[in-house]
Design a binder for this molecule. Sequence first.
Ligand SMILES: [Mg+2]
Length: 219
Amino acid sequence: MSDVKLHNKFASIKAVGFDVDGTLYHSSEELQSAVGMDIIAEAARRLGKQPDDIVEEYLARREELRSNTMTLNSFGLPGEEIFQKIWDEIPIEKYVKRDAKLVTLMGGLRKQYRLFIISNGRGEQIERKFRHLGLRPAWFDPFISCYDHGWVKPEPAPFLAAIEALKLKPEEIVYVGDRTDVDVDAAKAVGMRTIFVGGEYAGADASCETVYDVGLMLE
Ligand SMILES: [Mg+2]
């Protein structure tokens, strides 16, 4: 591993952006699966059926459509409405807990860099997660909640909006995320530097196991 190379890659960085789900907290999969089960239960209720009656068909369609909203729509249900209702009602504190280590990390980073967020979600829902984590949304500017703008990562729109708001060159910005296509490839496509969290991804400028390592990567 060449530390010099890493150092050079991030030497001109002035802003650090983060994905939220799966990047700032780890129980993302558990939470996604709880949301998935609740959505299926709600869909079954509205169709006058039991969850067991539709679960197989639902999961098969979702595998193909790759979106809960679109899968719900394919059953003739208001996908967006149900999806948002379930997210609003899920007991998020069960999955997203106060993280002192994360708060310390962000406290340190914000002294040196401008911080920002790009997350697929609505502002209200993301801010709820931040409250449970112990983070202040105000530390992150811009705080881009894609769904409020009709955007979905990996579309370039939220990344371009971040560049515009930061008034920086894309290569002065690093984006940190846990998904290769949705986060890393998308940020790279607009010229940002990238850090992949949760393993190794050759397509990123750097990879690390957890978000706690991000401070070290930038040094
Ligand atoms: Mg994520």
